[in-house]
Design a protein around this ligand. Structure first.
Ligand SMILES: NC(=O)c1ccc[n+]([C@@H]2O[C@H](COP(=O)([O-])OP(=O)(O)OC[C@H]3O[C@@H](n4cnc5c(N)ncnc54)[C@H](O)[C@@H]3O)[C@@H](O)[C@H]2O)c1
Length: 351
């Protein structure tokens, strides 16, 4: 039986990946210590999702380990020698990082190194998929000429008509401490590929979303926005007139891509993994789309100050992913995603 080790297994991506591979008949080992509740307070608690996996997946085992625990990670990887590794544990918030710089770096950069080195020592032939982020490009995408439309910003340069591709520059711009720690992890993952010939890839996510996100104001844009609407709470828009654009991809399509990579791995690859232009939406447009499913207009306040280093318009160019893995494509439209998240927030049992 093939085995998967997935870190951050109680989070959005980790839990989707765990369920996806368990359904394929793999034995799945998840690592998570509910650090999201430490980062974001009780609203970020992911124990509900851990319990869901434990009660629904017969081949799933939870390991309560902190990825910063180098000896613990090394021991577990040595014991399991997993057939593949998916690294989805992180301090995921751009804004939160400045308040907790050591926790952020120790998790995103050092935690990634702990895993990579454990894999090099115990199972260097196993594919290693790493969840990276579009924030590795810093705020440089904001230098692409933009045009202002009625409800959104868009690129005003034909070179970016399909979005931002993987050859976009990564340095000499503002990343936030989160972007810097994630970029460190990203480069380490590439290096363990190139230098040690381990089949690694970095998946530079746009907005990853889905019904299992514990969305909070500081992380999980669409999940949190929908939660505010469902619960009748006010949403705060930070700058750019609410016209800032994000591309959204369902966590299932993320898991499907990871599976495609693990089946036909390459070395030291980098992919911009997002919903692409078709799944891109601004905040103002998201309010309208959510209203279509809840019937409720979103109340919001406008804060006339953008988040430091925030993208004005970002969507991923999916061409390289489609070229390398022609069997893969985005299967969940934005409408379908929003509908499903509305249903999930309306019925979720958190305690
Ligand atoms: N969600 C997005 O929009 C998005 C966008 C781009 C990139 N990403 C990246 O994708 C990955 C997964 O994101 P997500 O949205 O599933 O995040 P998430 O917060 O939902 O899940 C991460 C999980 O990791 C766990 N974790 C955090 N620190 C840990 C530690 N030190 N030891 C063990 N477990 C720990 C948390 O408890 C949480 O359950 C992250 O690397 C994130 O940076 C996410």
């Amino acid at each position: 039986m093939k085995s998967l080790l997935v870190t951050g297994s109680s989070g959005l991506i980790g839990s989707e990946v765990a369920a996806y591979f368990a359904q394929l008949g793999w034995r799945v080992h998840g690592i998570d210590n509910n650090q999201r509740a430490v980062f974001f307070g009780e609203q970020g608690d992911t124990r509900w999702n851990q319990r869901r996996l434990e009660s629904t997946l017969k081949t799933f085992t939870h390991h309560e380990i902190d990825i910063r625990d180098r000896a613990g990670i090394s021991r577990l990887v040595r014991e399991l020698k997993p057939s593949a590794i998916v690294h989805a544990a992180a301090q995921p918030s751009h804004d939160r990082a400045a308040a907790i710089p050591f926790d952020d770096f120790d998790t995103n950069a050092v935690g990634t190194l702990n895993l990579l080195e454990a894999v090099r020592q115990s199972c260097p032939e196993s594919p290693f998929a790493h969840m990276s982020t579009s924030k590795v490009y810093g705020d440089r995408p904001n230098r692409v000429p933009l045009r202002e439309l009625a409800t959104r910003w868009d690129y005003d340069d034909p070179a970016f008509a399909e979005g931002i591709a993987e050859d976009f520059p990564i340095d000499q711009s503002m990343h936030s401490l989160f972007g810097a720690s994630k970029l460190t992890g990203d480069v380490l993952v590439q290096e363990y590929g190139r230098y040690f010939d381990i089949p690694t890839c970095c998946l530079r996510g746009g907005c990853l979303t889905g019904p299992s996100h514990s969305g909070v104001e500081l992380h999980g844009f669409l999940s949190y926005l929908i939660k505010c609407n469902v619960e009748g709470r006010e949403y705060r828009v930070f700058g750019y007139k609410g016209k800032q654009v994000r591309d959204n991809i369902h966590s299932l399509d993320v898991a499907r891509f990871i599976h495609a990579f693990i089946e036909a791995p390459r070395v030291a690859e980098v992919y911009n993994l997002g919903g692409g232009k078709a799944n891109a939406i601004s905040i103002l447009e998201a309010f309208e789309l959510v209203k279509r499913y809840t019937g409720r207009a979103q109340t919001y306040t406008y804060v006339d100050k953008a988040r430091a280093g925030d993208h004005i318009c970002y969507y991923s160019n999916l061409r390289k992913m489609r070229d390398h893995y022609p069997g893969w494509d985005v299967t969940r439209s934005l409408d379908a995603i929003v509908k499903q998240i509305v249903e999930s927030w309306s019925t979720r049992v958190v305690s």
